[in-house]
Design a protein around this ligand. Structure first.
Ligand SMILES: Cc1cc2nc3c(=O)[nH]c(=O)nc-3n(C[C@H](O)[C@H](O)[C@H](O)COP(=O)(O)OP(=O)(O)OC[C@H]3O[C@@H](n4cnc5c(N)ncnc54)[C@H](O)[C@@H]3O)c2cc1C
Ligand code: FES
Length: 355
């Protein structure tokens, strides 16, 4: 151990001002111990808007459980941007993400990623995972919400002859439905998987309605007895949560949901204020409903971020002065030195941040 430490010290002296890890990263980007990375091994266009990016992670990656997500960093115009993506590959395989182009980072990832590109990574996390003991499952998904569930289906269905999974997936049209052919093949091959697609356009524009049980009774009559997992847009998940809450004594215990965006309290934004990013020497007038993270990025501050919805705490930034409003609860808070989650707090008057 002492010899290894001495060798590292010598290497450091030779490579100063860069650390030996920086040189290693130049030769083999996956060897970096400073920042976990992955190399893109395959890119598959799934639909007009969605792309699956397979990658081989470097040292420090932990194998993912089906349904988990990871923070993915990508450099766009020289700035490293971080977003969270569910891992759509089966557990036990190299990871993949399936990105739907809806905004700044997702569009760059979905449209521009090539084999050989390097992605920056954080280890997988999240508790939207399969139950510890096998039981009949109902998967309710819409749009890109299918991605974590696809990992669960790919993991469970081919390996467990006792699997009993009903998937109800909603998409605008068959052409927009992610993984459609693979799901139909799996359902043909394995009697434990039933796939029901709901195409909004074919239903005359009517969306799958979870505000009452009628659609579910038709698509999956025994839905109440299954452990349910749901992932999709906020209103879809809000309706599912409400339906399960009112579906029986232990109904709520059976629904597990995964959100891609935070639940904000409507009308929480009050007056905003001037936000000063002290170390970056930047300031911007921000509305009372604009997360400090967005305000910072808008004026060119490199803000730390991850999930952008208040769960990963990657965005914590020290408050120097002022008060902020939690957009999930409306609570106004802020003491000097307090670490602020910039993704779910907005200015409540003038704010100074130590970044
Ligand atoms: C745990 C977790 C898992 C996720 N998994 C996936 C995934 O597997 N595939 C995927 O494409 N995205 C996924 N996302 C969303 C992803 O992190 C980004 O928010 C999304 O790609 C938009 O980023 P952007 O920079 O392109 O958009 P931005 O320019 O940052 O903003 C776009 C806006 O769209 C909202 N938004 C985020 N996701 C959606 C959505 N699916 N539909 C509609 N609006 C949305 C954001 O809250 C934001 O307000 C996940 C998010 C979380 C927190
Ligand atoms: S970015 Fe994850 S908590 Fe703010």
């Amino acid at each position: 151990m002492a010899q290894i430490r001495a060798l590292r010290r010598m290497a450091s002296l030779l490579t100063t001002p860069l650390a030996p890890e920086d040189f290693l990263a130049l030769v083999n980007p996956l060897a970096s111990t400073r920042q976990l990375r992955g190399v893109v091994t395959k890119v598959v266009r799934e639909t007009a808007d969605s792309t699956t990016i397979h990658f081989h992670p470097g040292r420090g990656w932990n194998a993912h459980a089906a349904g988990q997500w990871a923070r993915i960093g990508v450099e766009i115009d020289g700035v490293r941007q971080w977003r969270s993506y569910s891992l759509s590959a089966a557990a036990g395989h190299d990871p993949a993400i399936t990105v739907t182009a809806i905004g700044f980072v997702s569009t760059a990832l979905a449209r521009d990623t090539k084999v050989g590109d390097i992605l920056f990574l954080n280890v997988p996390q999240g508790d939207f995972v399969l139950p510890a003991h096998p039981r009949p499952l109902l998967m309710l998904t819409a749009g890109s919400g299918l991605t974590p569930v696809m990992s669960m289906i790919r993991t469970l269905v081919p390996r467990r002859p006792d699997a009993d999974v009903v998937l109800i997936h909603s998409a605008r049209t068959a052409a927009d439905a992610l993984f459609r052919d693979e799901l139909l093949e799996l359902a043909d091959q394995f009697p434990g998987l039933t796939v029901r697609h709901w195409y909004t356009r074919e239903e005359g524009g009517r969306r799958l309605d979870l505000t009452d049980p009628t659609d579910l009774e038709t698509l999956c009559p025994d839905w109440r007895s299954r452990a349910a997992y749901a992932c999709g847009p906020s209103d879809f998940l809000d309706a599912a949560t409400e339906l399960w809450e009112h579906s029986g004594d232990d109904g709520q215990a059976q629904l597990t949901i995964e959100r891609f965006a935070p639940v904000l309290l409507p009308g929480t934004g009050g007056a905003g204020g001037l936000v000063t990013f002290e170390k970056s020497d930047k300031e911007v007038e921000a509305g009372g409903d604009v997360p400090l993270l967005d305000a910072g990025e808008e004026c060119g501050v490199v803000m730390p971020s991850g999930c952008r919805m208040g769960i990963c705490r990657s965005c914590l930034t020290p408050l120097v002065a002022g008060k902020v409003r939690d957009l999930r609860t409306g609570e106004v808070h802020g003491d000097e030195g307090e670490l602020i989650q910039t993704c779910i707090n907005a200015a409540a008057g003038p704010v100074h941040l130590d970044i």
